[in-house]
Structures are given as C-alpha cells and as structure tokens.
Design a protein around this ligand. Sequence first.
Ligand code: AMP
Ligand code: MG
Length: 497
Amino acid sequence: MDWEARFLQKTPGEVAVNTTPREVLRACWVGAEPEKHANTSLISWTDSVAAMFGIQKARHLEFAGQKIVTGMQPFAHCYGGHQFGQWAGQLGDGRAISIGEGRNQIGTYHEFQLKGSGLTAFSRRGDGKAVLRSSIREFLCSEAMHALGVASTRALSLHLTGQEVMRDMFYDGNPVMEPGAIICRVAPSFIRFGSFQIHTSRGDLATLESLVNHTISEHFPHIKDERNRLFLWLDEIIDSTIEMVIDWMRVGFVHGVMNTDNMSIHGLTIDYGPYGWIEDFDPNWTPNTTDANTLRYRFGHQPRIVLWNIARLLEAISPLVENRSILQEKINAAQDKMAHSHEKMWVNKLGLKQYDEELIQQLVELMYHDKVDMTMFFRLLSSLSKPELHQLEPAFLDIHTANQVDWKIWLKKYLEQTCDEHRAKMNLINPKYVLRNWMAQLAIDDAEKGDYAKIELLANLLLNPYEEGYEFEKDWFRRRPEWALNRPGCSMLSCSS
Ligand code: AMP
Ligand code: MG
C-alpha cells in the first residue's frame, strides 16, 4: 500500500506543523508530527485489517508514527462540536494524528489515524497521549463491533510507546503514571458532523463548501445527480447513522459520549471512550461518570440523541441549501425511519410475527425489575420452546425472587406471537458474546503487568460473536462476576484517557 494525501490536496489547511494552541481559521486540517519514542513495541496486530491493504507486519512502526515514509503527510483534523447539548466551539484532533490515506485491495481509500501520538494544534491543555487501558478498550471494541455487524472504525495495531503518561483517572487529585500506548485506527475518513459545523459557526462558507465538495466527490462518488447532490448525500448519512444506532440498541452498546464531534459522516461508531455494554437490562444506564447526573447519553436515549445530532448536521449544511424546508422534511422523515427501524429491530430480535408494543414494554419492565442480563437472555430465549422460566435462569440475578407469575404470562404470550422463520434467525443477530466491561478490564489488568495473552484471546473470541461451541464458553457466557460490581472500569468510566 502506498501513502497518499488527497484530503490535504483538496481542502484548505495549514501545512506548517505548529502545536501552539490556537483558533485555526479557514482550515480543515493542520500539519502534525507524531512524537518519536525510543522503545515503541507492538502488542497486537489485526491481520484482517492488514490483509485488506496488503500491509506486511514488518512495516508496523509506520503505524505507530515511528517511521515517516514517502507519501505520508501527517495532519490533525479541525472540527467543532456540540458537547452534552452545548456548542463547544473548536475542538479538533488533540490526541489523534492522521498519517495518510491508502487504498485497499478493491481500490477504496481509507484514512489511517494514530490515537495518542502526541501534541497537535488542537491539544489545548491536554498532552496528546493515550494510556494503555483506554487503547486496549478501543482496540478490542472496534474489532468486536465490526464482527457483530455494527458499523465501526477498525483498529489495525496497538503499540506501547515505552513512555509513561500521567493521568488522574478518578479526577480526585491523585494522578498516577500509566503506560502510554498508540492505536492505529482505520476508516474511509475521520470526517465528523463537527467537521462541517465549525466552518458554518464561523460563517466561513468557502471552507464549508470546499469540505462538502471534497467529501461528496471522494467518499460518495456514486452520487452523480448534480442538482440534488447535497440532499442525496445527507440521505445517505442519515440512513447509515440510523442503522448504526439501531445496531447499538440490538447488541446493548452504550457509546457514552455522543457529542456531534463523535459522529462519523460514514455512519461508523467512532471515538471509543467511556463506552459500555448493557449487562443487567436498564434503559437508563450510562457508563460515563461525566453524564451520571443528566443521563443525556443513556442507553435508551441513544436513538433520540442521534436524531438531535442529525438535525445539527443539517443546520450546518443549510447555508449551502436554497430550499431549506426540504431539510425540515428530512428531519421528520428521519424520525419516522428511526421509529420504524427500531420496531423492526425488536421484531427480529425476538423473532416475532409483527411488532407488538405492549409485549415489548412488558419485557423491558420485567427485565429491568429482575436484573436480567441482556445478552444471555436473548440468546437463551431463542431456544425456548415452552413457557418455562427456569430455562432462562443463567440470565437472572436470582430467579427465585423474580416475578414468576408475570414472567409465565409473558412467555406464554411471547411464544404465541413468534414466527418460526424469524425465530430461526434469532441467533444470527443476538450475540453470544460481547465485550463486557469486566472482560476488557481483565485484559487490561494483565497487560499492565506485561502479559498480553488475554488481548489476543478476547480478540479471537469476539471475531465470531454469534457462534456456539467455544471451548471456554463458561468463562465468558456468564453474568458479571462479583468482583466486577464496583471495580473502576467495570461499571462506570471517566473520559480520562
Ligand atoms: P474525545 O473524548 O475523544 O471525543 O475528545 C474530545 C476532545 O478532547 C477532542 O478534541 C480531543 O482531541 C480532546 N482530547 C481528549 N484527550 C486529550 C488529550 N489527552 N490531549 C489532547 N487533547 C485531548
Ligand atoms: Mg472525540
């Protein structure tokens, strides 16, 4: 794979590397330089991603920013965003540096981005670094999501920088030194909703237009209808974004920080920070300690937040649109589409004949009340033939204290509503394994002691999340162990990566 820099050729930016924190005007990017380290070492490498581009492992130092080769032109993206519902102004890649673009085996361009490789113009008061624990979480989760069929940025490699980084994990004034790490992530591009918002917010329509033109012609080249090009493009972003969030709801993923700067224009899950997985079913759960009071980004709220974010994107593009009423129509249509996709997701997840609001509402209440593990429940439900609750016991905290009468009524009604054809496909969309928070923590605990075997083990397990017959099933198809209940990293997480 050769390195190219189309984004830098086609959009305005600042070539000179200058890491002084500042407002970067009339630019989509700023030149950057990955920091050099004496002892960078490779911990994990994703063969399937490397194979897409024909990259040999021997080149791994390029993907840790330790070797700059011909054609590579590292840069940081400029973007803004709404954070927790408020316009936050310029943000930009403060701890990510893109090293360039390369073509995969079928000729499609992808951008390679290093997370944690040092200061950029957007680092503000941060250090541009990432710690091992957060890097392991992003590395494992991006690939796990991809294998689950959820659109995501991919992860090629995970390196230790050999340098320690200071972090105050609990924001309690007790910082400690932690191992620094770099992941190389891969996506068609790392352009975000906020990449457009920043220029509109400044009234800089020339830069906005240039970015829109580049994005459509390079990343949506099949859109040929010149007159309706903007609308067709927005339709595609809306559709892929809705599909992504509905997939999150299907597998029990909670992003945790769905700010508009964390929304990919390719409908990919991006920026894995304090994310988490639903274990005991609770629509109000958020893994993000920063959001513990408002619960803006709680599990059950994600479809609504995505619609809100889509509205912000449409606003950002609106100065380029003559007939703005069409944008309002698009928001209304997106609402309908979200509702429809959500209903369809439930029908498939449960293997129903048709959507039944009451049946689903009752299930949600029962699962919440009796602390039922989401992943295990749906998996076990797929092989249930009689309304016998004990068959679902492994998913329950304590089946003896569960609401037996209501469950029995529900199961009976459920089995009457199912469709054999749909039920036969339940195991294709209800995973057996997801990256439960404590699973990632086990890999992190070992890695912090220099043992990386569990990273490989989990990466392999999660390559086939729908498959039965795994040798160590009992270790991972299980409810959260006791030790993980109040362990940091296993329930709530902060953004301090
Ligand atoms: P994120 O939590 O990844 O969505 O990041 C939000 C914003 O904070 C982005 O602009 C990041 O680049 C920036 N940021 C987060 N951590 C750091 C860090 N350690 N150094 C510099 N910037 C950071
Ligand atoms: Mg981000």
